[in-house]
Design a protein around this ligand. Sequence first.
Ligand code: NAG
Length: 398
Amino acid sequence: MYLHCLVLSLAFGRVSAAGTCCYKSIMENLKLTDDNFQMKSIRPVYDSKTPTDVYVDLFVTSITDVNEKAQSISTQVIFEALWNNEFIEWKQEDFCQTSKISLKKDTIWIPDIVIAESIKTEFANVENPYVKMNSDGSVYMYETLTLSSACKMDLINFPFDVQTCNLTIHSPMHSSDELTLNPWSDSLFLTSSSQNAFQTQGEWELLSINTSISHVSSLGYYEDQLIYKITLKRRPLLYVITFISPVFCFLVLDLASYFIDAGGGEKLSFKVTLLLSMSVLLLILNDKLPSTANEVPWIGVYCSLIFILIGISILETILVNFLMARGEQILRSQAPIDSTSAVTDAVMNSDENPAERRCLYWTRAARIVDIIAVILYIITIMVFLPIMYYAWFMASVT
Ligand SMILES: *[C@@H]1O[C@H](CO)[C@@H](O)[C@H](O)[C@H]1NC(C)=O
């Protein structure tokens, strides 16, 4: 019976007593044949009251995409599981110290473990065809998975936000007195190993992975759930450069446009250009943020506040232009000939006639409106920007 093994081991020049170094001899000893129904499909315990303890590890090795609009996250994870198979046991001494065998997944029972949040799970390479079996009966399984999972994201502090996403591992078919799920490694090891194995340096930084077990009642029985809480922090620099500072720059430019001569149309067209630039940035923001209206993100408040301020300042400019034009109109109706020099003359010596005095009245009103508007503008900015800074940026730091 072992002749085949003996020939093989002799052919490879090994000195072996009985040919028992062959994997096949262990398999035959365990009766692990293709048609062994017990090994393949029955939970490997002698007493059906005994639960199978499954130890699970999950490492996050890449974060490839975080989609705020769809509230989903794409990751690459390494999934490991270890459980005890009571039907498997052999004495290492009898089989020349062979302590482990790898064998095809479909020859023995493996636990049905799924990730509850998964939208789509794929094998990163090919599905690993093997499991590893140790002489004491423990079976080990390893997979690299590409995982796209749902994650509720709170974007109120965007882009200074920290997100936590849960990956819940459970067995859909087995209750907790049939199958128990336990974390294999502790959170500290999971976090440091994941950070060391991290393959991408993208927008997101992995802060920690925490594990917790919960017993959940579902359909009348209790099931074990192993929750991996993954905490991610966004690197905000890109958004500061391409978004927050340009918007702030528009605000400063709008303030500076106070010094442009209000007489011509330039001031107005300058401000309208600023408003148009703002709306381009708002379109980009619209692509990024989800349309959940529960809480308005601070970045939305910031943008709309500045948008509204620029809008109001355009209205104010229109008003000032109107007042000035009114003054000029009065003067022009008085002195139709040589109107341009007449305006300046009228301002110089104002007590000459009532028309000139009325013109001066309009011009002065325009100037007062302009000054009051600028003061109100500055006060609004000085009140709102610090409040926003504390609520938005400081809240996310602590
Ligand atoms: C994640 O799991 C924790 C329990 O560890 C729970 O309190 C929390 O609500 C879960 N978060 C989400 C978004 O489901």
